[in-house]
Design a protein around this ligand. Structure first.
Ligand code: SF4
Length: 408
């Protein structure tokens, strides 16, 4: 039977033609205490947050996304994602300016190169909604907007000089805050670099302003294939008729859509919510890809949940949710240690060559390895060795910081 998704009603007094225009949505973003008060009934902890906001992270929300949230209930999940709270200004157990240690892996102003075969290209710092849990507060929302000409050229040069980079992830900020023309120029320039195989576009636009995803945009992305669209739904309430159409528009035009969610305290940290989100996304042909532990970025202690809580959620979903619908639970080691996957413990016992597991439904059995001397290397390994060694031996991250990057 599938799912049906509801349309989001325009705010009172807004014509449907304006409501469905992304320009109108960006221009009429809620940014100030008074604009928030004109729509929401604010609690003291929300109102007080506006006074110190410049210290932590600016506020901006599209009217479309604001209309998904409760006007009265401060516990509403969407409201918790978009609404600043005074807790953001308090110190917490672990709060870091740059939780992923990105600045230590930033050989160019707009490049983060943390893994050998891929890098982030921060094309803008601007987002149409500033999510309160954002991990990149050290860069995002600092009014730098589109990358300037000289940083842009340096970024392309860097990517061009590193043949081990096979994938470029356009990020920021939200790359879809750029015009189609600007975005196309970036894709065109990247496609002119011979060793780039995959381009990813990371954007929360299908969630917060789905009208930004048009047929023209989808066609343009397809022109530069393979382009993967990485979006970021966190809660089933975010899947509306409009957001569903935007995801399907991309997929119908041959642009695969993957979703990265973040587990957030009091917002989606329950298996019932994760399964509801994942099954709806899969129905739209968006693959639930990652389920991230929230990074300890500044002002996020009240939004983070424990690793134990996350593992419990994942264990409860295991076996009950199809592999296609199951996102990988992952955590970034604070300070720049990279990603680690977290998975529930199924191993009961291990001896040399034999491991005993207890499965999700209680079945216990052992897996015995074949005899070690019977394990052989594939005969055609050498055919692929050169391309593997290019990635394996690539210099990246700290090695390529501007001052000691010898190839320049
Ligand atoms: S859209 Fe992404 S980069 Fe922008 S504020 Fe939200 S999480 Fe941060």
């Amino acid at each position: 039977m599938g799912f049906e998704f509801k349309s989001v009603e325009p705010m009172p007094g807004v014509a449907p033609s304006s409501w469905l225009s992304s320009h109108w949505q960006f221009k009429n973003a809620l940014k100030t205490l008074s604009s928030f008060e004109s729509f929401f009934t604010l609690q003291a902890a929300e109102r007080e947050a506006f006074a110190g906001l410049n210290k932590v992270f600016q506020v901006r929300v599209t009217p479309y996304y604001a209309a998904l949230a409760s006007r009265e209930d401060s516990h509403d999940p969407i409201r918790k994602i978009l609404m600043p709270r005074v807790e953001e200004l308090h110190s917490g157990l672990q709060q870091m300016q740059d939780p992923l240690g990105e600045n230590a892996h930033r050989p160019e102003a707009r490049i983060i190169h943390r893994y050998p075969d891929r890098c982030l290209f921060l094309v803008t710092d601007f987002c149409s909604v500033y999510c309160r849990y954002c991990t990149r507060k050290h860069f995002t929302g600092k009014n730098q907007s589109f990358v300037n000409n000289s940083d842009y050229k340096s970024a392309l040069k860097y990517i061009g000089q590193n043949p081990a980079i096979k994938e470029v992830i356009l990020s920021g900020g939200d790359p879809l805050t750029l015009s189609d023309e600007k975005l196309e120029q970036v894709l065109f320039d990247l496609r002119n670099i011979k060793h780039i195989e995959i381009i990813r576009v990371g954007s929360r636009m299908p969630v917060v302003a789905p009208m930004r995803v048009t047929q023209e945009l989808a066609k343009m992305l397809r022109k530069y294939k393979p382009v993967f669209f990485m979006t970021h739904f966190n809660h089933p309430k975010e899947i509306t008729k409009e957001s569903a159409e935007s995801v399907e528009m991309l997929v119908d035009h041959g642009v695969p859509v993957m979703n990265q969610m973040v587990l957030l305290n009091g917002i989606n940290n329950h298996e019932a919510i994760v399964q509801a989100l994942s099954r709806r996304l899969l129905y739209l042909r968006a693959k639930p890809y990652y389920m991230f532990q929230c990074d300890p970025s500044m002002g996020t202690d009240h939004l983070r949940t424990s690793v134990e809580d996350s593992l419990k959620i994942q264990k409860n979903l295991w076996g009950r949710l199809s592999g296609l619908a199951m996102p990988t639970l992952s955590l970034d080691i604070p300070g720049g240690g990279g990603k680690v996957s977290l998975s529930p413990e199924f191993l009961l016992n291990q001896t040399s060559g034999e491991r005993t597991f207890k499965g999700w439904d209680g079945v216990i059995n052992s897996y015995k390895d074949p005899e070690a001397e019977k394990i052989v290397k594939p005969s055609d390994t050498e055919d692929y060795m050169q391309e593997w060694l290019q990635i394996k031996n690539a210099r990246y991250g700290k090695d390529v910081l501007k001052n000691n990057f010898e190839a320049k």
